[in-house]
Write a protein that binds this ligand. Structure first.
Ligand SMILES: NC(=O)C1=CN([C@@H]2O[C@H](COP(=O)(O)OP(=O)(O)OC[C@H]3O[C@@H](n4cnc5c(N)ncnc54)[C@H](OP(=O)(O)O)[C@@H]3O)[C@@H](O)[C@H]2O)C=CC1
Ligand SMILES: O=CC(=O)O
Length: 291
């Protein structure tokens, strides 16, 4: 199967490499062209524009930063809309809000194309090892057609019904993840300032009822101040912001998520937007040790 792939950031590069390794023919496009080099070295072709990729491929996948990027690649000059037509499918795996997904869906389907939103849960390493969780909604026939690609990219796919449900599920999951990361960061600092060994805290957490792969995976690096980006902090803050808007729309009070959003915003203001979201720990460390 020939697949188009738009966006070769942390996730897109890992996912397109996985498709190549598993025998898919892949044509890629990235706004910053040099980021295509590594996947081209592994056999990918390059399209000069999103439109050119869609023209060549029956199914095109995108995974881009945020709603503005997702909309730009579809609606701008040389964008997806210029070539999408009957018989072609477009799958947006970016984390966006349901309104953005609906706007893209309406535009694609008004041209006769098929659209699926399919944001993913799981980060750089699950993307590299094909262990993502795929949260799809929209065109069921396209979901089934994309099954062989989803089986390579993920360990489990969910079909959640109408457009918007995939985005909503992803935002709920990431709202919880961002809130938990803040509580974890406060715990690490509290343990250390309270005279405990934070490595002991990691061991204790790992044996109890709140044991968590995120604590196990990121905790030791956080204690070394190592924030190599797997999930950039700026994207986690975008997800908190979009989840809070969903809370607004549904009159759900979310004081914990609102506080977590503020902490990620603080992280951005400290210049931490491009490092891993676990760097929110630095916003807790900022508070002075009581004398
Ligand atoms: N990293 C992670 O752990 C996970 C991320 N996600 C979500 O997946 C998406 C991608 O994340 P990730 O790969 O980490 O992000 P990156 O920041 O590494 O990559 C972002 C991609 O979007 C492209 N892009 C940004 N703005 C534009 C624009 N205006 N027009 C065209 N292309 C644009 C970038 O192009 P360029 O190279 O030119 O800048 C790049 O290809 C996000 O929505 C994120 O929330 C979901 C699950 C896990
Ligand atoms: O969106 C981020 C993730 O780890 O999932």
């Amino acid at each position: 199967m020939e697949v188009g792939f738009l966006g070769l950031g942390i996730m897109g590069k890992a996912m397109s490499m996985n498709l190549l390794k598993n025998g898919f023919k892949v044509t890629v496009w990235n706004r910053t062209l040099y980021k295509c080099d590594e996947v081209v070295a592994h056999g990918a072709s390059v399209g000069e524009t999103p439109a050119e990729v869609v023209k060549k491929c029956k199914i095109t996948i995108a995974i881009l930063s945020d709603p503005a990027a997702a909309l730009s690649v579809v609606f701008d000059k040389d964008g997806v809309l210029e070539q999408i037509c009957n018989g072609k499918g477009y799958i947006d795996m970016s984390t966006v809000d349901p309104q953005t997904s609906c706007k893209i869906s309406e535009a694609i389907t008004s041209k006769g194309g098929h659209f699926l939103e399919a944001p993913v849960s799981g980060s750089k390493q699950p993307a590299e090892t094909g262990q993502l969780v795929i949260l799809a909604a929209g065109d069921k026939a396209l979901y089934e057609e994309a099954g062989p690609a989803f089986n390579v990219l993920g360990k489990k796919s969910f079909f959640l019904g109408q457009i918007g449900n995939g985005a909503k599920m992803k935002l709920v999951v990431n709202m919880i993840m961002g809130s938990v990361m803040n509580a974890f960061s406060e715990g690490l600092v509290l343990a250390e300032r309270g005279g405990l060994n934070p490595h002991d805290l990691l061991d204790v957490l790992d044996l109890g009822g709140i044991a968590n792969p995120m604590f196990r995976g990121k905790g030791p690096a956080m204690l070394r101040d190592d924030y190599s980006p797997a999930f950039p902090l700026k994207h986690q803050q975008k997800d908190m912001r979009l989840a809070l808007a969903l809370g607004d729309q549904n009159a759900v009070s979310m004081p914990v998520a609102a506080a977590a959003n503020e902490a990620f915003k603080k992280g951005r203001s400290m210049g931490l937007g491009d490092v891993d979201f676990s760097a929110v720990l630095e916003t807790v460390k900022l508070l002075k040790h009581p004398s």
